[in-house]
Design a protein around this ligand. Structure first.
Ligand SMILES: Cc1cc2nc3c(=O)[nH]c(=O)nc-3n(C[C@H](O)[C@H](O)[C@H](O)COP(=O)(O)O)c2cc1C
Length: 200
């Protein structure tokens, strides 16, 4: 890592159900990021308690505070790692809804707008699925969404963990060293970009 200060990495999973494969992959990736010297934190999208986006609700009550929690976590991070499941080829409603609400937040000095909190921020994507492709299609749509709408710098390296239901041992470690290496390579690329941007 180019900087003496540890890089701050925020990790998100696109599912919050008990036993979620994306949470298991997020936690395994977090251990690798810790080992690489990053300072890691996670945010639980379900705990933000964001209702399904509704313009009438926004007009009546404003943007829910959960979106501010997400904005603060993103603003504090040097880089994000998002682990997405795949629902019918797409990222999950939990992920998209959280970022849609984030996009509605105006600047509230000293806090930036939701979109300003993401602009230029590096992010890497992982996906997980019990299927053979591991959620590859969802990851590619998520890449487009984050680049196009949120001006995020999505690093080219990504990894989809297929057969994710068989990928972890009881301690949550990867059974296959190649999977661990693939995730580590994505993290390495992300942290290199984040380090270079911070020193720029
Ligand atoms: C509505 C729905 C659609 C799904 N579509 C896909 C899909 O397109 N591709 C895939 O690989 N798995 C699909 N699955 C299976 C998920 O990959 C699987 O349920 C996975 O465990 C969900 O992620 P999680 O474990 O992180 O909650 C779908 C599951 C649901 C509930």
């Amino acid at each position: 890592m180019p900087s003496a200060q540890p890089l701050r990495l925020l990790l998100l999973a696109g599912s919050a159900r008990g036993g979620a494969l994306s949470v298991r992959l997020r936690d395994a990736a977090r251990r690798l990021a810790d080992a690489a010297g990053a300072t890691t934190s996670v945010i639980d999208l379900r705990a933000l308690a964001l209702p399904l986006y509704d313009g009438d609700l926004e007009a009546a009550h404003g943007v829910p505070d959960g979106a501010r929690q997400l904005r603060e976590a993103i603003a504090m991070a040097d880089a994000l790692l998002i682990v997405t499941p795949e629902y019918n080829g797409f990222p999950t409603p939990l992920e998209i809804n959280a970022f849609d609400w984030l996009s509605r937040l105006q600047a509230e000095a000293p806090a930036p707008s939701g979109l300003a909190s993401t602009a230029g921020k590096p992010v890497a994507l992982l996906a997980s699925s019990p299927g053979p492709l591991g959620g590859l299609r969802a990851m590619n749509y998520l890449r487009q969404y984050l680049q196009m709408a949120f001006a995020m710098l999505v690093v080219p390296q990504q990894y989809a963990l297929g057969r994710a239901n068989e990928a972890f041992d009881e301690a949550g470690a990867f059974k296959d060293a190649k999977a661990a290496q693939s995730v580590a390579a994505v993290l390495d690329a992300l942290l290199r970009v984040a380090g270079a941007l911070r020193s720029a």
